[in-house]
Design a protein around this ligand. Structure first.
Ligand SMILES: Cc1cc2nc3c(=O)[nH]c(=O)nc-3n(C[C@H](O)[C@H](O)[C@H](O)COP(=O)(O)O)c2cc1C
Ligand SMILES: *[C@@H]1O[C@H](CO)[C@@H](O)[C@H](O)[C@H]1NC(C)=O
Ligand SMILES: *[C@@H]1O[C@H](CO)[C@@H](O)[C@H](O)[C@H]1NC(C)=O
Ligand SMILES: *[C@@H]1O[C@H](CO)[C@@H](O)[C@H](O)[C@H]1NC(C)=O
Ligand SMILES: *[C@@H]1O[C@H](CO)[C@@H](O)[C@H](O)[C@H]1NC(C)=O
Ligand SMILES: *[C@@H]1O[C@H](CO)[C@@H](O)[C@H](O)[C@H]1NC(C)=O
Ligand SMILES: *[C@@H]1O[C@H](CO)[C@@H](O)[C@H](O)[C@H]1NC(C)=O
Ligand SMILES: *[C@@H]1O[C@H](CO)[C@@H](O)[C@H](O)[C@H]1NC(C)=O
Length: 395
């Protein structure tokens, strides 16, 4: 796909009249035009510098239908844009002259008790086969093994649950590789219970139940190619089904797509050990909140939830600094969806490079902000005044 159009339109009257940038100008195109690169061909992996570069690169390699499926979002894509733009509303409050020399050794974390090298993970996303028809999601399994981060496999992956499980490493630096399995509920729940049983038998350590896709979503960009949703049926989604699901498995069930403090509190009341705040990368409901806004709503109304349960997050994360902002509010680990799908256009090496870029940026930016221990970030690191204007407060 050749289109190099960066300026996707003007932001509405509510925000400043700045053009929306799908990727900021990283200098990639200027650089490439000074080399033997030609438009419509994939740049060399060594010339990728930041996560946004992978989006540019994927547009060169994928055809329009494939790229549109990865890139698409709901409605006017305002949530998609907000996911990318909201970060700039929250400024850092860097503390100088603190000893940050060992901050790069504090990236490691646990998710539901499992050790990982960094507080980032690959979010579940369908159809990795567009980027790499032969290896598909196996690149995610292998790259997360070598980089020792979490991979949450999607139910609608290009590879089967068995193929993904058999690619797992038996010997990461923390022992056998840990994967989580995402599921959608089918209206015929016995099909769902079969998937869950299969995932558990194949060694998945948690079920990630996506609860923010109760129906098909409005996705114009992808509808042109008739490739909108992976999960197109109206799904069975109720708290009662959550109770039934708990009976079907001994694995923890992480609720993916929690968007309000009320639902976060309900999840805790129902016994959830972990929740996953997300607006599905803006792909489900336009004008749904970004993870920074959801995390802030929880921070203001029920901050205890961040310590009483584990809260994962994704949507719109492209830089180490984005991750730090969520961690500062108490989020345990942060996922990226599209960026890893785009990186997979370079196969396993691309996915590994994307992980390395994120790790490096998190450590560097933590040092810049004056954090000596990433496991102990204070919300005082952030000036959240701009979020205060719109935050919802419980009575
Ligand atoms: C191509 C694509 C497919 C996706 N498929 C699923 C899916 O099958 N299940 C799911 O829970 N989320 C799915 N998601 C959402 C991701 O898990 C994640 O919430 C989102 O991509 C995060 O936003 P980001 O792309 O801005 O990082 C998908 C996202 C993309 C981009
Ligand atoms: C472009 O140059 C690089 C070396 O800088 C080389 O590896 C690559 O094969 C060249 N590509 C083309 C299409 O000529
Ligand atoms: C952290 O950085 C120091 C030098 O700045 C380096 O010696 C050390 O190996 C790094 N540690 C990790 C875990 O990357
Ligand atoms: C891990 O071990 C299992 C069982 O011993 C084996 O079937 C599988 O192929 C091994 N995986 C890898 C990636 O070597
Ligand atoms: C996880 O890390 C902790 C602390 O570094 C260690 O005590 C524990 O044995 C590790 N667990 C596994 C499964 O590697
Ligand atoms: C539900 O799926 C099961 C297979 O898991 C099948 O045997 C059953 O007939 C299905 N029920 C309905 C109502 O379609
Ligand atoms: C869960 O299983 C228990 C014991 O088998 C049963 O009593 C209970 O009704 C079940 N709950 C649901 C919601 O299915
Ligand atoms: C965490 O940071 C605070 C200051 O922000 C400090 O007082 C406290 O000792 C730190 N805790 C740990 C365990 O490092």
């Amino acid at each position: 796909m050749r289109s190099l159009t960066f300026i996707a339109g003007l932001v509405g009257a509510a925000s400043a009249a700045e053009p929306f940038l799908n990727e900021p100008d990283t200098g990639m195109e200027t650089f490439l035009l000074g080399t033997n690169w030609t438009e419509g061909t994939q740049p060399q992996l060594k010339d990728i510098r930041g996560i946004p570069d992978f989006d540019f690169a994927a547009r060169q390699k994928l055809n329009n239908q494939e790229y549109s499926f990865y890139r698409t979002a709901a409605g006017g894509e305002w949530s998609y844009r907000n996911n990318l733009e909201i970060w700039s509303k929250v400024k850092f409050r860097p503390r100088q002259l603190s000893d940050v020399t060992k901050v790069n050794e504090t990236l490691k974390t646990t998710i539901l008790g499992y050790n990982f090298s960094a507080p980032i993970f690959i979010a579940p996303a369908a159809r990795a086969g567009y980027a790499d028809p032969a290896e598909g999601e196996l690149n995610f399994v292998r790259a997360t093994a070598s980089e020792n981060i979490l991979y949450t496999a999607a139910l609608y992956a290009s590879k089967s649950i068995q193929e993904i499980a058999s690619a797992k490493s038996n010997s990461t630096v923390n022992g056998p590789q840990v994967l989580f399995q995402q599921i959608y509920t089918n209206n015929n729940l016995s099909i769902t219970w079969d998937y869950i049983r299969q995932a558990e038998e194949l060694g998945a350590k948690a079920i990630v139940w996506t609860i923010d896709a109760p129906a098909s979503s409005t996705r114009h960009r992808a509808a042109r190619y008739d490739t909108t949703n992976s999960n197109s049926a109206t799904s069975a989604l109720t708290w009662d089904i959550y109770e039934q699901m708990k009976n079907q498995t001994s694995l923890p069930i992480i609720l993916k797509g929690i968007s309000t403090v009320e639902d976060a509190l309900l999840a805790q009341e129902k016994g959830a050990k972990a929740i996953y705040i997300s607006n599905h990368g803006g792909r489900q409901l336009d004008h749904s909140p970004s993870p920074l806004e959801i995390a802030y709503e929880i921070h203001r109304n029920a901050p205890q939830l961040f310590t009483e349960m584990e809260i994962l997050a994704d949507s719109g994360v492209r830089y180490g600094s984005d991750v730090l902002k969520l961690l500062a509010l108490g989020v345990k680990a942060v996922g990226l969806g599209r960026s890893f799908m785009y990186a997979n256009c370079y196969g396993q090496a691309g996915v590994e490079q994307a992980i390395q870029i994120m790790k490096k940026e998190i450590a560097q930016d933590a040092a810049q902000v004056g954090i000596s221990d990433i496991q102990n970030i204070s919300s005082k690191l952030l000036n959240t005044r701009a979020l205060e204007e719109t935050v919802f407060l419980l009575e």
